[in-house]
Write a protein that binds this ligand. Structure first.
Ligand code: CA
Ligand code: CA
Length: 271
């Protein structure tokens, strides 16, 4: 798809299993064909006319509509609780703005976008892998109302989005949130010559920097460095002054730490 900057787009997204899991019994057949690098299908690429390397996209998440149910999965051998049973899946029903876990436990839906990004400067990037182009960020700040800033590395940017969660706990400790099919409406704007080195977010009066790296503590360092840069720009602070401000008032959170791929973190500062 090709658009002009400022256009709205509606993207129909498949869940992380490409819609193969309708009931827990579907899990073994899915796992038999699952390529861990190619989970999280994303809708795109969308070519943004005029976008050039060095520019930045500003993508506003305007709406996330959820399907009727999603799933959570667990597999033994992961980094957090390797001794859990499984592989196993639980279906989670959507009732308006509420999610229903088996046994009747209900909690508010918290829809968010797991995968969002542009194309990398070169090579192939898989939708399972986070990086400077975005992709599998699993950042709870990327929700309705958020404006997500993405660096442009190739002409047209080649934007894509997918891996919606009806709810995902920070850390995504089992490797999934409530993975769900959805429809997402975004507005894509172009900021010429304004690229930052990594995706960052404005949401509900906060600025949020993202990080990814093989280990969680490294991902946190990347996110904090990014936030120090954003605060330095905004408030004319040195890197050290910004670092101390983040320590005093910023919040650092883990995006996902489920192993097998780079961990993600995000650092939030409420203005
Ligand atoms: Ca994800
Ligand atoms: Ca996921």
């Amino acid at each position: 798809m090709t658009i002009d900057p400022g256009e709205q787009v509606i993207i129909e997204t498949s869940d992380a299993s490409t819609g193969r899991i309708h009931r827990p019994e579907d899990l073994p057949a899915y796992l038999a064909v699952r390529d861990p690098h190619r989970v999280n299908p994303a809708g795109g690429p969308i070519f943004v006319r005029g976008a050039q390397p060095g520019d930045e996209l500003a993508v506003t998440i305007e709406r996330i509509s959820l399907a009727e149910q999603g799933f959570v999965r667990a597999m033994p051998g992961g980094p957090v609780l390797p001794d859990v049973a499984g592989p196993t899946a639980i279906m989670v029903k959507v009732d308006g703005d509420t999610l229903i876990y088996p046994g009747g436990l209900r909690w508010p839906a918290r829809p968010m976008v797991g995968v969002i990004g542009t194309a990398p400067a070169d090579g192939i990037v898989y939708t399972a892998h986070p990086g400077p182009q975005g992709s599998n960020l699993d950042c709870n700040a990327i929700r309705v109302g958020a404006k997500v800033y993405l660096p442009v590395h190739v002409p047209g940017a080649l934007f894509a989005l997918g891996d919606i969660h009806a709810s995902m706990g920070d850390g995504e400790v089992s490797g999934t949130g409530v993975e769900i099919n959805s429809e997402v409406q975004v507005k894509i704007e172009l900021l010429p010559g304004q690229a930052h080195t990594r995706p960052w977010v404005e949401v509900d009066g906060a600025i949020v920097a993202t990080g990814s790296a093989p280990e969680v503590h490294q991902a946190i360092a990347v996110a904090v460095a990014g936030l120090a840069g954003l605060l330095g720009e905004r408030y004319r602070l040195s890197r050290t002054e910004a670092f101390m401000l983040i320590s005093a008032r910023g919040d650092v959170r883990v995006g996902q730490c489920c192993g097998g791929l780079d961990a993600t973190a995000y650092a939030t500062f409420v203005i």
